[in-house]
Design a protein around this ligand. Structure first.
Ligand code: ARG
Length: 570
């Protein structure tokens, strides 16, 4: 039940009634409708100045004339204010229709089919091999995961890709160091930390003995040439890194369809380079091969180094075409920090210059801001890196402390602490517009009363608890019990939830869903404090329980879409 659409067609009817001769009116009246800034101004408003030109009449006069044609059971009344025509729903009717629509398929409210037949590739998390999974990769992981869920919910086919950073001369050096000073047990035991130690040692020793550099290069060449030993060690390093990362992905319920990263594309760059050459786009510059982008106000895009080696961009180019050929995407999103803005602008421009028109709309850099940690840049807290696994463990410990204090009788506190702790971190990451920098503070993220993950989760648990207390047999709801301001405010938010999901998808902006679900939670709590839900009158109670059930379902969906779980008790 889409109220905007309904009021839109009602407005159209009114227009035709009031101005039977009118020409050149807007096609989509629903899109014209605005949500008034204040509830006292109605549920939707029609800005009549947008009709003024075609009707050759002042906006207030249009509103006045239209208002005389507004008789409809869905509308309680209309009001003309300035050039606006404000629509007020028939409250009882609105409550009945909306709750019936939501409760017919509660988990589906807000879902859609606009993506049917379309495919979106989402490149996110995309961690680097032999590096610990640190806080710098939190946003991309969480935003990407949320977008995947949102696109899925709207009917798209989604392909989630972890474009691993697993190519570069550093891996030759690491193998060299491992062969000289490392052993299997230590790497198995300390994982990525040991790889980092080996890498640091390599550089220390290479200062004294420059010949080591050649040895490192030689090992990388072996990887390139497919030498069995080199590949085996390299693959093992990858496995060890991924095993660590997998712990984090499991905790956050994040999944990928593909882990094809840079090394996968290394031997697929030739085709692209040939095509660039054929199309006359490749130029030589100081021995390197570039695409000149001066005309587009960008520095040249480096394709091959003077020694013929490929670059990050070259491998990304190969990846674009591989993805297009393999998945036939309609959109391909890159959830990567804004620091890589130039890289992606160059990449997309080169694809476009190769004659692929689709590059202009289909390739999208979903950029986001920096994360800092309690006022300090996240990656270098006191000179140390903040690792994601540690952050998530800490989050769970802190959540457990709070839960023990708040709900001493709760069963399975550990599970609740997992959901609340991880949820708090994810929510804090998706709370604001993604391009904004984030400063993460524990007491803010875990505050049960503020705008936080735990607050929204707590509201969900509150709904669940109300519903557990409900009598088993309920009469038909009396929707007249839901005509008060608090119930109507909540209903309005529930009815607009689908628009928020669509908007979030259109703008690749999960924070729109975070905002929507938070507003719903706040409105429910306001309602809860002002009204007795299990009223003496069973038909009124039945209506309030229906509202609670709908609210619980929509909160659960909203949390799911941002990647946060919804506990039944906490
Ligand atoms: N591994 C890169 C990094 O950590 C991100 C890769 C993003 N994806 C891509 N196709 N370039 O910075």
């Amino acid at each position: 039940m889409d109220m905007r659409k309904r009021i839109g067609s009602l407005a159209e009817e009114m227009l035709r009634g009031a101005f039977p001769e009118a020409q050149g009116l807007p096609e989509d009246m629903a899109a014209l409708l605005e949500v008034p800034p204040e509830e006292s101004m109605g549920d939707y408003a029609l800005p009549c100045f947008k009709l003024s030109k075609s009707l050759r009449m002042g906006p207030p006069q249009i509103a006045q004339k239209l208002s005389q044609h507004a008789s409809h059971p869905e509308i309680a009344r209309v009001e003309c204010v300035g050039g606006y025509l404000n629509f007020f729903f028939n409250r009882e009717n609105f409550a009945r229709e909306l709750l019936s629509a939501i409760l017919a398929a509660p988990q589906k409210w807000g879902s859609g089919t606009e993506g049917a037949g379309k495919t979106v590739c989402l490149d996110y998390s995309s961690i680097n091999i032999a590096k610990r999974f640190h806080i710098g990769h939190l946003s991309t992981t969480v935003i990407g995961n949320s977008l995947k869920r949102i696109y899925d919910f709207l009917g798209w086919k989604t392909v989630s890709i972890n474009h691993l950073g697993d190519w570069g001369t550093q891996f030759g050096k690491m193998i060299c160091a491992y062969k000289r000073w490392g052993d299997r047990e230590t790497v198995e035991k300390y994982g990525v930390d040991e790889m980092t130690r080996l890498y640091v040692r390599f550089h220390e020793e290479a200062e004294k003995d420059p010949a080591l550099e050649d040895e490192g290069r030689a090992w990388f060449k072996k990887i390139e040439e497919g030498d069995e030993e080199a590949l085996a060690i390299f693959q093992w390093f990858k496995d060890v890194t991924l095993k660590d990362a997998m712990k984090v992905y499991d905790l956050m319920d994040v999944h990928f369809d593909s882990y094809a990263g840079e090394s996968f594309f290394y031997d697929k760059t030739g085709r692209v380079v040939d095509e660039l050459k054929e199309k006359g786009l490749l130029e030589e510059s100081d021995g390197a091969m570039i695409v000149n982008l001066e005309k587009y106000d960008m520095p040249p895009c480096l394709i091959l180094k003077s020694d013929g080696a490929t670059l990050y961009t070259t491998r990304d180019l190969a990846a674009v075409f591989y993805r297009k050929d393999t998945y036939h995407f309609d959109k391909c999103l890159y959830v990567v920090a804004y620091q890589q803005d130039l890289h992606f602008r160059q990449l997309f421009k080169v694809v476009e210059l190769m004659g692929y028109e689709w590059a202009r709309d289909a390739l999208i850099h979903v950029a986001f801001g920096m994360v800092s940690y309690e006022g300090q840049a996240m990656a270098t807290r006191k000179g140390h890196v903040v690792y994601l696994e540690e952050l998530l463990t800490r989050a769970q410990e802190k959540a457990l402390e709070i839960i023990k204090e708040k709900s001493p009788n709760l069963e399975n506190k550990e599970e609740a602490a997992r959901q609340v702790g991880i949820g708090a971190v994810i929510y804090a990451t998706l709370q604001n517009n993604r391009i904004k920098d984030i400063d993460f503070w524990w007491d803010r993220a875990l505050n049960f009363d503020g705008e936080t993950g735990p607050y929204v989760q707590y509201t969900h648990a509150r709904c669940a608890s109300v519903l557990r207390k409900a009598p088993e047999k309920l009469p038909e709801p009396d929707y007249a019990a839901l005509t008060d301001d608090e119930a109507q405010a909540l209903l309005r938010l529930l009815s607009r939830f689908p628009e928020s999901v669509q908007d979030a998808c259109l703008r690749n902006e999960p924070s729109i869903v975070t905002r929507a679900v938070t507003d719903i939670a706040k409105a429910y709590n306001k309602y809860y404090y002002e009204h007795r839900i299990l009223d003496d009158d069973p038909a009124a109670a039945s209506a309030r329980l229906a509202l609670t059930r709908a609210c619980k379902a929509v909160i659960k969906t909203g949390l799911y879409l941002i990647g946060v779980s919804a506990p039944e008790r906490m």
